[in-house]
Design a protein around this ligand. Structure first.
Ligand code: KIV
Ligand code: ZN
Length: 514
């Protein structure tokens, strides 16, 4: 079996998803989980985008011990210098340089002839080689680049010192046979191609990112780039969990394997969804809520007789434990601790006490506390947002014949509690108007979404909001058995993050790759 290297770009290309904005702590938390998942390489960000991005990449570089940490860079000295700075402290740093090569990008974006593209990229690789042993070079929009020119670019990158050449289908235009053919041609025609690794980086605009990545593997790719849950620019990137599970499930066909710890897939997927606020569609392959649900009578009958009739992957393989231990208000600390271990969480005594108290509160409101409820509670305060404002009390009056009215009490940074009442178009609008009146912050609500953590009328509701102020955005999350309270908590969480961002300017909102 050939080993396929997994290059995770959730923290860079994934973070380019609209509405996603991870802070440094969140990036580090995801990086730790990616390490547990066992990815080989983690692209932590684009250091030249802003001082804040540089600091976030540096925090990841210092935190990660068992994976290569990568910083993205345009083919310019100042970007390379920013990446050098950001990757200081990394155990195994790597620079990811890119320059567009397709005729469309050459003509309209770069306004460069082929020779200039070759020269610019070569100069950048040679400059970077003074500082980095490991350099990945990406001819951006390789999918739409003339194949003979792509061979020329790849040969130049090898001569100049690149250790990986990555082939991006930047706009998700390729189909598997065309994309596979690129790898076959590079392998056959480029001198010294065996001295480097070839990588595939696909986007999902036509829904073919996973198929294209697998076609690349069949034609000699050594590395696959992708993101968890397939998040990323526009329609997203190759979903790592899909490629990895295809290789694991069809090992005999692909004759290739990865070193991922498959049991960490579900947990990683949940964490990325929670911290990015990008909800996973129920029918998403591998990690969607329905991926292992069997609805039709014929399928259920088959499953009862022999699971393999309709199940090609068992849920346990990706770490979905079917725990038999149901907790309720009479459950004690010992059962609770056992449940945490069952769910794969190792907490210290103090942390267990905090979560146990929360569990008891929840068990007073719900008959059965499910595994999902416990996970949601555990992950709620994963990231400590500095709390300028905290919700003390909330009261809402709603009737379908009257204007909704909300009163909120909020504690400020100095410990003072202020209360305001406001009306709105709906209950959530009234709550948000009341919060604005207390805090005096002028913000725009860019996005609001709500999902239930489990099934049933007493399920925990999780709200995700994105707020915008002076072109800076921040996301927030709130969790409660009551969706209005969850809405208020999410809004206040986002406000606290906006204030934090104001204090440390420099973290850009979205990078531009030009
Ligand atoms: O899609 C793309 O072309 C990229 C490059 C920066 C590798 O993300
Ligand atoms: Zn990309």
């Amino acid at each position: 079996m050939r080993k396929i290297y997994i290059f995770d770009t959730t923290l860079r290309d994934g973070e380019q998803s609209p509405g996603v904005n991870l802070n440094t702590q969140e990036k580090v938390e995801i990086a730790y989980q990616l390490e547990r998942l066992g990815v080989d390489r983690i692209e932590a960000g684009f250091p030249a985008a802003s001082p804040g991005d540089l600091a976030a990449v540096n925090a990841v570089a210092r935190a990660v011990k068992n994976a290569t940490v990568i910083g993205l860079s345009r083919s310019r000295e100042q970007d390379i210098d920013a990446a050098r700075e950001a990757l200081k402290g990394a155990q195994d740093p790597c620079l990811h340089l890119f320059l567009a090569t397709s005729p469309i990008h050459r003509k309209y974006k770069l306004r460069m002839e082929k020779e200039q593209v070759l020269e610019t990229a070569e100069k950048a690789i040679r400059y970077a080689k003074q500082y980095f042993d490991k350099i990945e070079f990406s001819p951006e929009d390789a999918g739409r680049t003339e194949l003979d020119f792509l061979c020329e670019v790849t040969a130049m990158a090898i001569r100049a010192g690149a250790t990986v050449v990555n082939i991006p289908d930047t706009v998700g235009y390729m189909n598997p046979s065309e994309f596979g053919n690129i790898f076959k041609t590079l392998k056959a025609q480029v001198p010294d191609i065996e001295k480097i690794q070839l990588s595939a980086h696909c986007h999902d605009d036509l829904g073919m990112a996973t198929a294209n990545a697998l076609a690349a593997i069949l034609n000699g790719a050594d590395q696959i780039e992708g993101t968890i849950n397939g998040i990323g620019e526009r329609a997203g990137n190759t979903a790592i969990e899909e490629v990895v599970m295809a290789l694991a499930t069809r090992a005999e066909f692909f004759q290739a394997t990865t070193s991922l710890n498959l049991k960490e897939i579900a947990k990683t997927s949940r964490l990325v969804s929670k911290l990015t606020g990008m909800v996973i569609p129920g029918n998403k392959a591998i990690v969607g809520a329905n991926a292992f649900a069997h609805e039709s009578g014929i399928h259920q009958d088959g499953m009862l007789k022999e699971k393999t009739t309709y199940e090609i992957i068992s849920p346990e393989t990706i770490g979905l434990v079917d725990s038999k231990l149901v907790l309720g208000k009479h459950s004690g600390r010992a059962a609770f601790r056992e449940k945490l271990i069952d769910l794969g969480y190792e907490l210290g005594e103090d942390a267990v006490n905090v979560v146990f108290a929360k569990f008891k509160d929840l068990a007073d409101k719900k008959k059965n506390v499910s595994d999902e409820d416990i996970r949601a509670m555990l992950e709620e305060k994963l990231i400590d947002t500095p709390e300028v404002f905290t919700l003390e009390k909330i009261q809402v009056n709603y009737g379908n014949q009257s204007t909704p009215k909300a009163t909120v009490s909020i504690r400020g940074a100095e410990g003072e509690v202020k209360e305001q009442t406001a009306e709105g178009n709906g209950s959530v609008d009234a709550i948000y108007n009341a919060i604005d009146a207390v805090t005096g912050e002028a913000v725009e609500l860019e996005d609001y979404s709500i999902k239930s953590v489990t099934h049933g009328k007493d399920a925990l509701g999780e709200v995700h909001v994105v707020l915008m102020q002076d072109e800076v955005s921040a996301q927030g999350r709130g969790l409660s058995t009551d969706i209005l309270e969850a809405s208020a908590r999410a809004y206040i969480d986002a406000l606290n993050r906006l204030i934090e961002k104001r204090k440390s300017p420099g973290r850009r909102d979205k990078m531009s790759l030009i």
